[in-house]
Design a protein around this ligand. Structure first.
Ligand code: GAP
Length: 495
């Protein structure tokens, strides 16, 4: 992971936000290549959902429309959605270090004979062993088991708990609920009446606009509303690079359907979404599908069919997997709540059956920021045999640059031809024109940023208008006519 983070900085994918001031924990900036990669992923999702949505079980394309709602909404939104009351994590503070930890991330070590608990964040057994030795508490972990604790367990054990960064027991406070929403004040006065929240999920903007969309378009249940945008969560422990940050982007679609069809649609969207992640380059070996345990379910998914996650094997979770997207059955929870809190009707009139009902919702909710990380992790390939030592094996459809045009030398004859090809291609594809340095160094740079093809202009190009195509992965070279380069790239973009 350290090497991946270093490459991301070195080549301009991701920088720490406000780096010159020492950064700000949980915030990241996307550099010139990172923003291209992110936009490609965003556009591919939008196309798969809104422009060319999949073919449904009846053989016709399903219906999905897009919206872009405000980040700050009337604060009643978040009371109705359950986020004011329920979107929180249990926290314990250490009185010695003033550090704060998620109580549900701490583990207690237990064995049959010795019931003293020691709490640690998700650290390796070997590190725990070292710490235990230092504390004179145990020689090794043989016979101990890790247990996550419920809140009453934590309370009962508090005086015996050893915090993650101290050498004595009893420094942690009782767990307290910590709400994850960022708040701000709307208007000139900063008081409770003007308090508003930065959205912690894009989903609610969709529910708020359910009626507007039904009334202003021709959609009929079942149909979907999709949205991509920023979400904010004051995560207690942002970590693992851009995996869990405090400002991030989501790609969410709320699929409105009849309650009795919810199961069928949840299975449908699960298949579709898993297939899509594979189609943009994530390998099956690194993907896993996992239904949530009942105690993991979000407040809106407690009833009904639950949530199933599509998980990815990130280097920091390996051999385990981390969530990339959840496909939740939100029942009619959100529409019903908004109806209750706003006093506005949020049900749906079926124009054919002349019957009113509140649709159920299946929600494929993916992380755009987290998706970018999965793509980078998947693409990162060590190859000692090449000058760069590493290349990014992006699928051409997501690669930030689709091709580089390289005149073999900076000679008079090569450069104008390269410029001509570059000007033609850039109308359709993001391409680089790279003139300086020797050709080996230029290939190395393109390998490191994941450019799938390099087109080299040399003396033969002057004679017969052919160029050399170098394939990033195989490093194999072939010659094609300059006129065929755009067709060649177009073909390679297909998934
Ligand atoms: N509307 C449902 C919802 O927000 P979620 O599982 O909390 O569900 C959906 O979030 C996706 O958003 C996650 O699968 C993950 O990819 C991404 N995500 C959630 N919290 C994140 C964070 N702190 N940093 C980066 N991505 C996050």
């Amino acid at each position: 992971m350290k090497d991946i983070v270093a490459l991301c900085k070195r080549r301009g994918f991701v920088f720490a936000a406000s780096d010159i001031y020492g950064g700000l924990n949980g915030f990241w900036d996307f550099g010139p290549l990172g923003v291209e990669l992110k936009n490609n992923l965003r556009d591919l999702w939008w196309k798969a959902m809104v422009i060319t949505p999949p073919i449904g079980p009846d053989g016709n394309p399903v219906e999905i429309v897009g919206i872009d709602s405000a980040i700050i909404q009337n604060p009643k939104t978040w009371e109705a959605s359950g986020h004011v009351g329920g979107f929180s994590d249990p926290m314990v503070d250490c009185r010695e270090t003033k550090k704060r930890y998620r109580a549900d991330h701490l583990v207690v070590l237990k064995n049959d004979t010795d019931k003293w608990p020691a709490f640690f964040e998700d650290v390796e057994d070997t590190d725990i062993e070292k710490r235990l030795k230092k504390l004179g508490l145990a020689q090794d972990l043989t016979g101990y088991e890790r247990h996550n604790l419920t809140e009453p367990d934590i309370l009962a054990a508090l005086d015996k708990v050893i915090g993650p960064d101290v050498d004595k027991a009893g420094t942690l406070t009782e767990p307290q609920q910590f709400n994850l929403m960022f708040h701000t004040f709307v208007g000139a006065t900063a008081n409770e009446d003007n308090k508003a929240y930065l959205r912690p999920e894009t989903a609610q903007g969709i529910f708020l606009n359910f009626k507007n969309v039904v009334d202003s378009t021709r959609v009929r249940v079942p149909f979907g509303i999709a949205q991509i945008g920023k979400a904010f969560r004051n995560e207690v422990t942002p970590r693992n690079f851009i995996f869990r940050s405090r400002e991030f982007e989501q790609m969410e679609m709320e699929w409105f359907c009849r309650a009795e069809e919810a199961k069928m649609w949840q299975e449908f969207w699960f298949e579709e979404r898993a297939h899509w992640w594979k189609s943009i380059g994530l390998s099956s070996a690194n993907l896993q599908m996992r239904p949530h345990e009942s105690d993991e379910l979000a407040h809106y998914a407690k009833e009904g069919l639950g949530t199933s996650d599509i998980e990815y094997k990130f280097p920091f979770t390996d051999p385990d997997f981390g969530e990339l997207e959840g496909i939740a059955h939100r029942c009619d929870f959100d529409l019903t709540q908004h109806q209750k809190f706003s006093g506005q009707k949020m049900d749906y009139l079926d124009p054919v059956a002349q019957e009113r009902f509140t649709p159920h919702v299946i929600e494929p909710a993916a992380g755009l920021t987290r998706g970018v990380l999965a793509l980078i992790c998947e693409a990162y390939t060590v190859d000692e045999s090449r000058p760069s030592g590493v290349y990014l094996n992006f699928h051409p459809s997501v690669a930030p640059k689709k091709a580089a045009i390289l005149p073999l030398t900076a000679k008079e004859e090569h450069v104008p031809l390269a410029q001509k090809l570059y000007l033609e291609l850039r109308e359709e594809f993001p391409v680089d024109l790279d003139i300086k340095q020797n050709i080996g160094k230029r290939y190395a740079r393109q390998d490191e940023i994941g450019t799938p093809y390099c087109f080299t202009i040399d003396n033969d190009t002057i004679a017969d208008q052919t160029v050399t195509v170098r394939d990033r992965n195989t490093m194999a070279q072939e010659r094609i006519h300059m006129d065929k380069v755009a067709d060649y790239l177009r073909e390679k973009m297909k998934r």
